[in-house]
Design a protein around this ligand. Structure first.
Ligand SMILES: Nc1ncnc2c1ncn2[C@@H]1O[C@H](COP(=O)(O)OP(=O)(O)O)[C@@H](O)[C@H]1O
Ligand SMILES: [Mg+2]
Length: 246
């Protein structure tokens, strides 16, 4: 099957300093693909290059068989690639409903019928009770849900998620990942950027490990999950020692 997203030898630099150093990755229709890496690895830069927020230095980005590398952000959204940015940028002074409507005007006409409220209610029960309230009053978890809901209002063909669980309690991030799973079950394709290795591998079909702008490991999430080296070396996290009995 032809990949939905095909990124080849992508390089991104800021003022001559290379943040993304020739990475290649693919996303197939219906997949959740994760890019895992520590802070500063270059994850957001990859998403921003795909969504047209940052111009790539070099490399190819193809979406559904057509080159999108270097297109402005509005042109990329029009093709159906929607990014939910890191830090869940929502408009605090607008109501929840207004935040959703801001996104609805740039629909590319696809996918999730989040337009019908029963659907929205099912996915975001706590949000639909607060549609009239200012978004500034939402909790961290609700704000993330709103950022996600707003992304869906644009009816993406491919959703780019940048650290959706950042700053959330384990319970709330569990809720966010449950939602991501539900969306996948409805057929949404996602590229998910995460620092949280375990969560990413639990939800993703495949993953790429990014270190200092380079992909150092890739494969099915189920295989990477069994890779002790990944946990111990690649992400610099040590496993708890196996208790020894004497
Ligand atoms: N706008 C920018 N200007 C200069 N340097 C940047 C900019 N954005 C990111 N960087 C640098 O690029 C590297 C990768 O950053 P980023 O893509 O945000 O990584 P991640 O999302 O994995 O934390 C970091 O060293 C960061 O400091
Ligand atoms: Mg980032």
């Amino acid at each position: 099957m032809a990949p939905m997203l095909d990124v080849r030898q992508l390089t991104v630099s800021y003022g001559g300093v290379r943040a993304v150093d020739g990475i290649s990755l693919t996303v197939q229709p219906g997949e959740i693909v994760s890019i895992v890496g520590m802070n500063g690895a270059g994850k957001t830069s990859i998403l921003n290059a795909i969504s047209g927020m940052v111009p790539p230095d070099s490399g190819e980005i193809a979406f559904e068989g057509e080159s999108i590398g270097g297109l402005p952000a509005h042109a990329v959204v029009a093709r159906g690639i929607v990014q939910v940015p890191e830090g869940r940028l929502i408009f605090g002074t607008l109501s929840v409903e207004e935040n959703l409507r801001v996104a609805a005007h740039k629909r590319s006409g696809f996918m999730l019928r989040s337009r019908d409220r029963p659907h929205l209610r099912q996915l975001f029960p706590t949000l639909t009770d607060k549609l009239e309230r200012p978004a500034a009053g939402l909790s961290g978890g609700e704000a993330q849900m709103l950022a996600l809901a707003r992304g869906l209002e644009s009816e993406p063909r491919l959703l780019l998620l940048d650290e959706p669980s950042l700053g959330l309690s384990p319970k709330l991030s569990h809720g966010v990942f449950d939602l991501i799973r539900q969306l996948r079950d409805q057929g949404l394709t996602m590229l998910l950027v995460e620092q949280n290795l375990r969560r990413a591998l639990t939800v993703a079909d495949r993953a790429y490990v990014l270190e200092s702008g380079r992909i150092t490991l890739q494969g099915p999430a189920s295989e990477l999950m069994l890779d002790d080296r990944l946990v111990s070396n690649y992400l610099g996290v040590s496993l708890p020692e196996t208790p020894t009995s004497d």
